[in-house]
Design a protein around this ligand. Sequence first.
Ligand code: AMP
Length: 173
Amino acid sequence: MDLRDRIRDIPDFPRPGIVFKDITPLLLDPAAMGEATRALAVYARARDAELVVAAEARGFIFGAAVARELEVGFVPARKPGKLPSPTVSAEYALEYGVDTLELHRDALRDGTRVLVHDDLIATGGTARAVCDLVRQLGGEVVGCAFVVELGFLEGRRRLDGLDVHSLVVYDRE
Ligand code: AMP
């Protein structure tokens, strides 16, 4: 199965000039959803991941599914003010301005082997922030896994030195 067939381009969303990669057709198809989840889990298992940390909000969909497949825990990285217990935070650059993600301070122990996940890597800022959060808590990022990679934006460079795996890579818009 080619997962690419289940991802559709929505031009000019959310703003003019952006081509949004919509994964909702993939989520609607249980066979595609299963294949994508298993493929991400195969990668994570080979890296001996003990925990999955994923970015709000679309990262939660496959992040939780992969954690279940691996039978490991799942940690949500959330926007400011959403987590009820004490947090650590990391800022990342947006096209205009900055945003922040947070993790619970007690989300992971020193030395935990972590898979970082988001549905899509574009410029890499979001994934980089999640990796920074994991490291602040003493975790080891053993891999970063995405369903979709916009390769032409070279987001991998922001994850310098980390192992990066994507199921579907677009080399141009
Ligand atoms: P970045 O931090 O630039 O790597 O952006 C990644 C985050 O923004 C992910 O959480 C994606 O869901 C979202 N995102 C960025 N660009 C797109 C796009 N073209 N289509 C769908 N989602 C996107």
